[in-house]
Structures are given as C-alpha cells and as structure tokens.
Ligand binder design. Structure first.
Ligand code: TMP
Length: 218
C-alpha cells in the first residue's frame, strides 16, 4: 500500500494553481515532508512530448476530441507508473497540477464526450492511483478570460490550442468542475481564488493540514 499522500490541484486556466502549488510544497517541505511537484499533461519525458502535441505543436489544429482524450490519458498512464506510484511507495507527498478531474471537466463536460467512456479511459490510465485530496481553485469567468488572454499575449510565438477554445467551452468546463466537486465533498476543497495569494494559500493550508494525519500516514 502507498505510504505517501497524493494531492491534486484543479481549476481553469489562470486560476493561480502553479503559485499555490509552490507555496504548499514549500510549507510541507518546511515540516520535513519529501514533496514531489508534477504537472499534467507532462511530468515525464514522454508526457512532455505528448503535452507539446496537445498544446503547442504546429500540426495539432485538426485534433479530434477523442484523440485529445486518449493523449491526455497516455501521458497520465506514463506518469502514474513512472513517477507517482514509486514516489508514493517511497512515502513522498505528490502534488500534481491537474489530474483526472481535468479530463472529466475538459473532455467530458467541455468537449461533450460521453462521460462513461471518459471514465473508462481514465480507469485504464490510473487504476487505483487516485488523489487523497483535491483543491479546486475557482475564479469568475471574466477573470479566467482575462488571464487566458494575458498568457497568450505573453507567449506570442507559442499558440495554445486548448486555450484558443471559445468561452462556451470554458463555461461548460467550470460547470463540470463544480459537478465533480459536489459529487465527492470529502475529497474536494473548493477555494475561491481571486483574493490575495497569501489569503488563498492560508485557506488551502487550513484544509490540507488537518487532512494529513487522517490519511493515516503521519
Ligand atoms: P496548463 O498546464 O497550463 O493548465 O495546461 C494544460 C491544459 O490541458 C489546460 O488547458 C487543461 C488541459 N487538460 C485537459 O484538457 N485534460 C486533462 O486531462 C488535463 C490534465 C489537462
């Protein structure tokens, strides 16, 4: 059985996940935990190549929703076996920037693929490797749209196929995340993330700290 703990962060683009993941990792390391931060898609050499194909490749414009679903989960299958399982077995805290809830939200709700099919593909990719805790960071649709536009403007030579999707797509993704979190209230903490970085980090820590001993590994 895994000895470590698995925490995932979810939310739409521009919700501040990367900053909060770094702050949480610093906090946990200061308490003596070994922490592994990862991102999806990506996190392994194979996964980073798949990430490029999904997001930035010049040749990805014709990608179908089904190909997107399978590529996300090919990257995930690799990450689970190459990195996450060994890290958990060694007692590390794994903090992942997105995991399978993103697939349910983006490919299921956003691209409107059949949710049972999406779940079946996720099951192949992860088996019984599932997050213990998931932080869902939310921002208003206006803030999300503004931050996506800023990111695109900061990377003018690097298009991002997924971030080019229309607002209705991102509205469906948000609805998806809300439904997923509501269905698993014990695993999820929903944090409204338009406040200050320190304030959001404080609320995340208030959720994570008491949960760690409950996982039975501290
Ligand atoms: P990010 O690392 O900047 O958040 O980019 C990852 C992108 O991939 C983001 O647009 C969300 C999307 N994504 C999916 O559509 N499905 C998934 O399963 C994952 C992990 C990410």
């Amino acid at each position: 059985m895994a000895k470590g703990a698995f925490i995932s962060f979810e939310g739409s683009e521009g919700c501040g996940k990367s900053t909060q993941i770094e702050l949480l990792a610093r906090h946990l390391r200061a308490l003596g935990h070994r922490v592994r931060t990862l991102r999806e898609p990506g996190g392994t050499p194979i996964g980073e190549e798949i990430r490029h194909t999904l997001k930035h490749s010049k040749n990805n414009a014709a990608m179908t929703a089904e190909a997107e679903l399978l590529l996300m989960n090919a990257s995930r299958a690799q990450l689970v076996r190459e990195v996450i399982r060994p890290a958990l077995a060694a007692g590390e805290v794994v903090v992942c920037d997105r995991f399978y809830d993103s697939t349910t939200a983006y490919q299921g709700y956003g691209r409107e693929l059949d949710l049972a099919m999406v779940k079946a593909v996720i099951d192949i990719a992860v088996g019984d490797t599932r997050p213990d805790l998931t932080l869902l960071l939310t921002v208003t649709p206006e803030t999300g749209a503004r931050r996506r536009a800023q990111r695109q403007a900061n990377l003018p030579f690097m298009r991002d196929r997924i971030e080019e999707s229309d607002q209705q797509f991102f509205d469906r993704v948000e609805k998806g995340f809300a439904a997923i979190a509501a269905a698993e209230p014990d695993r999820f903490c929903v944090v409204e993330a338009s406040g200050s970085v320190e304030n959001v980090a404080g609320r995340i820590w208030d959720f994570v700290r008491p949960a760690l001993p409950k996982l039975g590994r501290w």
